[in-house]
Design a protein around this ligand. Structure first.
Ligand code: NCD
Length: 311
């Protein structure tokens, strides 16, 4: 099995065999989790620290669960309880973590590049759990695994990523992963929410939902991230929904067996209609969360193979 790095900071730069190996390993953890069995000796004696400078429900809890299912000692540090609030710098935090002999460090930070900076200062293997608008690699892995389970492959699929692309680290990681694995990726949204680099990333740009969804195998909706917007980038939520919110009428333009995804948290009635989000056959949003635990187990497993024993 191949993984070329000590850390997982981004999807960009990983090649098809690395991604395929991670997805295959994650698939085996998905089956293990469904069977109710555990493998609690793999990370026994290892310390996993979840360091979250931004809010999170799904990502933090699934890393916690993944670590515990593999037998690690898991500690959650959130900003409100840490001395970061007292003015400690990121690098002071790094020396504290080193002194605690942390083996695996999961970091979420509002600043793009913060996990990478930390990875240069800590002994632990660092996993980026979302940095600013840059990347969220484990989310892209869980999305790809969910797609592969439904469609049997990634190659040749038409995937429409819709909404607030500009502020989305989820979109960026997915663009890298899916284009690397041979999917045909489209980004769909208003011009103000489509980043200029989209063309460089080898994706097609659409400003009209119906055209963007036409013939799609996968429709991935994103949250409108108002907290990252500087001002009038979008009209009212109502108007956004009218043009870009996923409802039955717009979804009818995608393939009849297309699946609907959303990384959460959802703004129901803004980017997605509740009836679609909860659709029994088309929505795979619940399965994405389940695959999140399996993918994070795979990443922890893969990175731990390169850790020195007994530090
Ligand atoms: C995403 C994130 O934090 O980047 N959420 C997640 O990890 N499931 C997307 C978002 O915040 O909209």
């Amino acid at each position: 099995m191949t993984y070329p790095r000590k850390h997982l900071l981004a999807i960009e730069g990983l090649e098809p065999p690395h991604l395929a190996d991670l997805l295959d390993l994650a698939e085996s953890y998905a089956l293990l989790n469904r069977s109710g069995k555990t493998q609690r000796d793999l990370l026994k004696g290892r310390t996993l620290i979840n360091l979250f400078f931004e809010d999170s429900t799904r990502t933090r809890t699934s890393f916690e669960l993944a670590g515990k299912r593999l037998g690690a000692d898991v500690i959650n540090m959130s900003v409100s309880t840490s001395s970061v609030n007292k003015g400690e710098t990121l690098l002071d935090t790094a020396s504290t973590l080193n002194a605690m002999h942390c083996d695996l460090l999961v970091v979420r930070h509002g600043q793009s590049g913060a996990p990478s900076l930390l990875s240069q200062k800590v002994d632990a293997a660092v996993i980026n759990a979302g940095d600013g608008t840059h990347e969220h690699p484990t989310q892209a892995l869980l999305d790809a695994l969910t797609i592969r389970r439904h469609k049997g492959r990634l190659e040749g699929l038409v995937v429409a990523i819709c909404g607030d692309i500009a502020h989305s680290r989820v979109a960026r990681s997915n663009m890298h992963l899916l284009t690397t694995m041979g999917s045909r990726v489209r980004v769909v949204g208003p011009p103000t929410l489509i980043p200029a680099e989209s063309a460089r990333l080898g994706v097609e740009v659409f400003h009209d939902m119906k055209a963007g969804l036409a013939g799609a195998d996968v429709v991935m909706m994103l949250r409108l991230q108002r907290e990252r917007m500087s001002g009038g980038m979008v009209p009212s939520a109502r108007e956004f929904f009218r043009f870009y919110g996923l409802d039955a009428e717009k979804l009818a333009h995608a393939k009849p067996d297309s699946i609907v995804m959303h990384p959460g948290p959802m703004n129901r009635g803004v980017e997605i209609d509740s009836a679609i989000a909860d659709h029994l056959t088309r929505s795979v949003i619940g399965e994405q969360v389940e695959m999140g635990v399996a993918c994070r187990m795979a990443v922890l497993d893969m990175l731990s193979r390169q850790l020195p024993r007994n530090r």
